[in-house]
Design a protein around this ligand. Structure first.
Ligand SMILES: *[C@@H]1O[C@H](CO)[C@@H](O)[C@H](O)[C@H]1NC(C)=O
Ligand SMILES: *[C@@H]1O[C@H](CO)[C@@H](O)[C@H](O)[C@H]1NC(C)=O
Ligand SMILES: *[C@@H]1O[C@H](CO)[C@@H](O)[C@H](O)[C@H]1NC(C)=O
Ligand SMILES: *[C@@H]1O[C@H](CO)[C@@H](O)[C@H](O)[C@H]1NC(C)=O
Length: 637
């Protein structure tokens, strides 16, 4: 059996803090701003871009407010590496004892509030902590990588990052990379106002000659801050990292190797999870590597390496093609990045830039890969601790620009999901010209060749209701709490896709019905599919049967893992989300269990039974079914 959807429970070990560990080495350097960049601003070439200006490094505290405990405020405090039992060493979790003082509790709360991760715990951990080596043995073979790898400049943008977290990012780059491959680290300060990021940061970094600091003079947002950093890069390869990362042993060589072999290859490390509460370092072996995708809301998502891609490789640790990248952590040849027109400078702040770069990499002659030998940890926050100006839907503006320039006819699927209102997305003629000048391929080519797993609503094998044959009036439905009945049209994006939109007055029939569930929902929040009266008005009873055998509503799929049939985010790996419909017998057979979907005798529940071609309760009619659209793989089964 193949049950993908159960998540691994994270076991949290308890580490009692027995000693206050921090050894303090005071820096002897004074007033060191020699590695801070004070060069005059370079005007951005793209006409659409607003010019960026840099501030001189400044000691002026914009606020005199105190941030955090003494560790994060201590001027020029450089932490020594901890012993193996020090808090957080070797990636172990730090769990504060229950009986901490009220004062400490307040400090913990404050740290969460400012950073959306446990800053207090981070401050207890050495900024040079050792981590486990997450690499597959395969990655350590001698001669695997080219001898003469190109140098890289690492660009790290930050805004009000916690002291210990930012330092740990920088130290991990320096400590875990062969020194000759790091030309420089460029820290781009996107207009922070926390005091420790001003003179204190200059002072600290002055002891690290490879680190340079570039400061924006106003809040630029991630995209423009990255472009600002790129201007100071002198190495042939650009590597972007977030400011709350930790690189692990051997992370860099496998990335640079791919670029050395072909300059049009854009590479991403595997992103490991650093727990936001305990700072524990989690990693998985290369057999569970995910690649990037997206949905028609133009949201990035992860999915397992497709079978076809797996078949191209001898070993799971070999670099795999990825349709998209997550965006924060990647390396790219500088000339190729420039050739691709870097980022669309009409994009604001954050969002969509990762898809833009992914699409054009593939469509304009490059390759995008995830490199399983390269691991970088990242603190995933559950919310953004920063304030943004309100009233502007930044993400939507970026996504509309993205759709207009790169998606061709497929843009309609995105527009349908935002009510066909594009809003003001600015001038895109420059970006269209770029695409034309580069002679990039079509989005259809990209979908067919690079991301054939993507569900394309217009290619559904069936759409509409799924009606039971035995009990003619009963359809596939879902949680059907009273409050879920007759939801207004528009709550479900697929409503706008034609097909079953018309109220056909068949009230009195039962249907499969379902509300959608958020990714990351707890087990008890996952709605289950149910039989209900067919209401013929779509909503919870509107389903799409994909060419890959999923019964979906956009990104949510019917999923059976041995208990109830539930709705769960689609994972694209068939298994417990595969349903084989036979239009002759009308049976709906489940992939991994080989059972058939049925309605129980009292017409109340969806059940899974041993298949029986003579059992009407197991037979279903799918509306608008067109077998020709099924993937040939499924027809053969
Ligand atoms: C911070 O450091 C100062 C001076 O070294 C000391 O007086 C104070 O008690 C410290 N505060 C905390 C919370 O440790
Ligand atoms: C907290 O509990 C531990 C062991 O249970 C004890 O050793 C320690 O002294 C306690 N600390 C405080 C501040 O009460
Ligand atoms: C680099 O990769 C691209 C895209 O896969 C390919 O078209 C090109 O031929 C490769 N170049 C070399 C020198 O191998
Ligand atoms: C059908 O399912 C409902 C709901 O779980 C249950 O109450 C009922 O007893 C079931 N009927 C049969 C015949 O199993």
């Amino acid at each position: 059996m193949f049950f993908l959807r159960r998540r691994t429970l994270i076991l949290k070990a308890i580490l009692v803090l027995t000693a206050i560990w921090f050894m303090v080495a005071l820096l002897t350097t004074n007033g060191g701003s020699r590695n801070a960049i004070g060069a005059p601003p370079i005007e951005y070439e793209d006409a659409e871009a607003k010019p960026l200006k840099m501030a001189k490094p400044t000691a002026t505290k914009r606020k005199s407010e105190s941030y955090g405990n003494n560790l994060s405020d201590g001027l020029g405090v450089l932490a020594a590496p901890g012993s193996d039992n020090a808090p957080g060493e070797l990636g172990k979790p730090v769990v504060l004892p229950k009986n901490i003082s009220e004062e400490t509790k307040l400090a913990v709360q404050e740290g969460w509030k400012k950073n959306a991760f446990n800053q207090y715990v981070s401050d207890l951990i050495s900024v040079k902590r050792k981590l486990p080596d997450p690499r597959d043995e395969w990655c350590k073979q001698p001669g695997l990588y080219l001898e003469n790898l190109p140098q890289t400049s690492v660009v790290i943008c930050f805004h009000n990052e916690a002291w210990s977290v930012l330092l740990r990012t920088v130290h991990s780059v320096l400590d875990k990379s062969p020194p000759h491959l790091i030309k420089e680290i460029i820290l781009v300060d996107d207009f922070s106002d926390m005091p420790h990021l001003m003179q204190q940061l200059d002072d600290y970094m002055s002891s690290l000659p490879k680190v340079r600091i570039v400061r924006a003079t106003r809040r630029e947002g991630l995209i423009r801050a990255r472009l600002l950093g790129a201007r100071f890069v002198t190495a042939p390869v650009l590597t972007y990292l977030d400011s709350h990362c930790e690189c692990t042993e051997g992370w860099l060589e496998p990335l640079l190797d791919r670029i050395a072999r072909n300059k049009t290859t854009v590479v991403c490390p595997v992103i490991d999870v650093i727990d936001d509460n305990t700072l524990e370092y989690h990693y998985r072996d290369s057999s569970s590597v995910n690649v990037g995708g997206f949905d028609w809301n133009l949201q990035f998502n992860w999915h397992p390496v497709p079978a076809k891609e797996k078949a191209r490789h001898q070993h799971t640790a070999e670099p795999v093609w990825s349709p998209t990248m997550a965006g924060g952590l990647f390396a790219i040849d500088k000339d190729f990045f420039e050739k691709l027109g870097t980022y669309d400078s009409g994009f604001d702040i954050w969002g969509g830039e990762n898809l833009e770069l992914s699409f054009k990499t593939w469509m304009c002659g490059g390759t995008l890969e995830i490199v399983p030998c390269s691991h970088v940890g990242h603190i995933f926050r559950k919310r953004s601790p920063y304030k943004w100006r309100t009233g502007v839907n930044v993400l939507k503006k970026n996504s509309v620009r993205l759709a207009e320039v790169w998606l061709d006819d497929y843009a309609k699927y995105y527009y349908q999901r935002v009510g066909n209102e594009k809003g003001d997305y600015g001038d895109i003629s420059g970006r269209k010209k770029l695409r034309e000048d580069l002679g990039c391929k079509s989005f259809e080519w990209y979908l067919k060749n690079i991301y054939p797993e993507l569900f394309i609503p217009g290619e559904s094998v069936a759409h509409g209701e799924i009606r039971n044959v035995g009990f003619q009036k009963i359809c596939l439905d879902s949680p059907t709490r009273k409050s879920d009945h007759h939801k207004p049209v528009g709550l479900y994006p697929c409503h706008r896709q034609g097909g079953n939109q018309i109220q056909n007055n068949e009230y009195g029939h039962f249907c499969i019905d379902g509300v959608t569930v958020q990714d990351g929902a707890k087990e008890d929040e996952i709605p289950f599919a149910k039989a209900a009266m067919c209401h013929g008005s779509g909503g919870n009873q509107y389903w799409m049967y994909s060419k890959n055998g999923e019964i979906r509503r956009d990104e949510t799929c019917l999923d059976y893992s041995g208990h109830d049939v539930v709705l769960y985010p689609c994972h694209g790996a068939k298994g417990n989300q595969l349903w084989l419909y036979d239009a002759r017998t009308k049976l709906l057979k489940h992939g991994s269990s080989e059972k058939c979907m049925a309605i129980n005798r009292t017409k109340e529940k969806i059940v899974m039974e041993t298949c029986n071609e003579n059992e009407g309760r197991q037979m279903w009619n799918m509306e608008n079914f067109n077998a020709e659209r099924l993937s040939p793989e499924l027809t053969a089964e």
